[in-house]
Design a protein around this ligand. Structure first.
Ligand SMILES: Cc1cc2nc3c(=O)[nH]c(=O)nc-3n(C[C@H](O)[C@H](O)[C@H](O)COP(=O)(O)O)c2cc1C
Length: 320
């Protein structure tokens, strides 16, 4: 059974972005669910073996904190044996096991994983039944429409298979794999998915403001919304959406507030093994819209360690 969610707005899984520090910030500001970056099932198996020798668990590989709960772990990879093994390894630590069938990156689709699976209904059916059979925790799915424009309705067949096999919730990012991030997310498709489904549907794609979130819910009747890029450098969006859906108004936040939240993020990163390149990426996003932002971003790019980065951001704080 799915856990109870405290809000209708979820944070999307984003490789290199939705690290445990950002997830915790979004959670504290009201995200109903946060999802880990996608993780390769083969890496989970290899890491678990390595960690066991040091008497550690997979928690040292996929880092998180208890305050993030309910927490979903996202897996990718289509080898059934490996999938079963990986799902069993992560199950004790997470509340939901999410399966990725949307990633358009060639290094993923080439291994018959991510979005490429949308055209493989037999294999997909086996993947769902393997996953649901392997674990007692709820299994959910995140996918795109189809691969090409001509196959943009593949999601309907896959959704039907998913529901039959016991998948408990589906997130749709309504673009095709070939579209990448171009064009607009086609929210009408979320409405169509909702009409044919009897499990909760999460709408995703192009939500940047509380108004967008409400608009998607009104247009599609989706149960939840998921936000990716709109939450980058702006964890306040979760609080704003929650308030807007409840009261029709929300608090505004200044650049200084955003920078404050970056310092909080920086503080949180110290508890985890987050790559410095990813932290720099976050710094860039927290500066969006700042005066002298482009000059600041150049400085961020050339910073070599956390101390340098912190100094640059503190200077920016004083100048804004
Ligand atoms: C940098 C980046 C990394 C992403 N990584 C993942 C991922 O690991 N798993 C996944 O299912 N989707 C991933 N996505 C897709 C997002 O979860 C989301 O579906 C997409 O960005 C559309 O939502 P948005 O318009 O709110 O950003 C990623 C997107 C971005 C921008």
């Amino acid at each position: 059974m799915l856990p109870r969610f405290s809000s209708r707005a979820f944070l999307a899984p984003m490789a290199g972005v939705s690290d445990p520090a950002l997830r915790l910030q979004c959670k504290k500001l009201g995200a109903g669910l946060v999802v880990t970056e996608f993780t390769n099932i083969h890496s989970i198996i290899a890491k678990e073996k390595e960690l066991k020798e040091d008497k550690k668990t997979i928690q040292s590989f996929i880092e998180y904190s208890e305050s993030e709960r309910p927490l979903s772990v996202q897996l990718f990879g289509s080898n059934l044996e490996a999938l079963e093994k990986a799902a069993k390894i992560v199950e004790p630590y997470f509340d939901i096991i999410d399966y990725n069938m949307g990633c358009p990156a060639p290094h993923v689709t080439r291994q018959m994983a991510g979005g490429a699976l949308l055209q493989e209904s037999n294999l997909t059916q086996q993947i769902f039944s393997t996953l649901v059979g392997a674990v007692k925790k709820p299994v959910t799915l995140k996918f795109r429409l189809g691969v090409t424009d001509a196959s943009r309705y593949l999601f309907k067949d896959i959704a039907e298979i998913a529901e039959d096999e016991g998948i408990e919730m589906i997130t749709l990012h309504p673009r095709t794999v070939n579209q990448g991030y171009s064009g607009d997310a086609d929210w009408k498709m979320i409405k169509e998915l909702k009409q044919i489904s009897s499990i909760p549907i999460v709408g995703n794609g192009d939500i940047k403001t509380p108004e967008d979130a409400k608009e998607m819910i009104d247009q599609t009747n989706c149960d939840y919304v998921m936000i990716g890029r709109g939450a980058m450098g702006n964890p306040f969006l979760f609080e704003q959406i929650k308030d807007y859906l409840k009261t029709g108004t929300y608090n505004q936040y200044s650049f200084k507030d955003k920078l404050d939240s970056f310092f909080e993020y920086l503080h949180l990163t110290k508890q985890y093994k987050i790559k410095f390149a990813n932290i720099k990426g976050q710094a860039m996003r927290f500066t969006k819209g700042l005066s002298h932002g482009s000059k600041l971003r150049l400085q961020i790019t050339s910073s070599k360690n956390i101390e340098e980065l912190e100094k640059i951001m503190k200077n920016a704080y004083q100048q804004n």
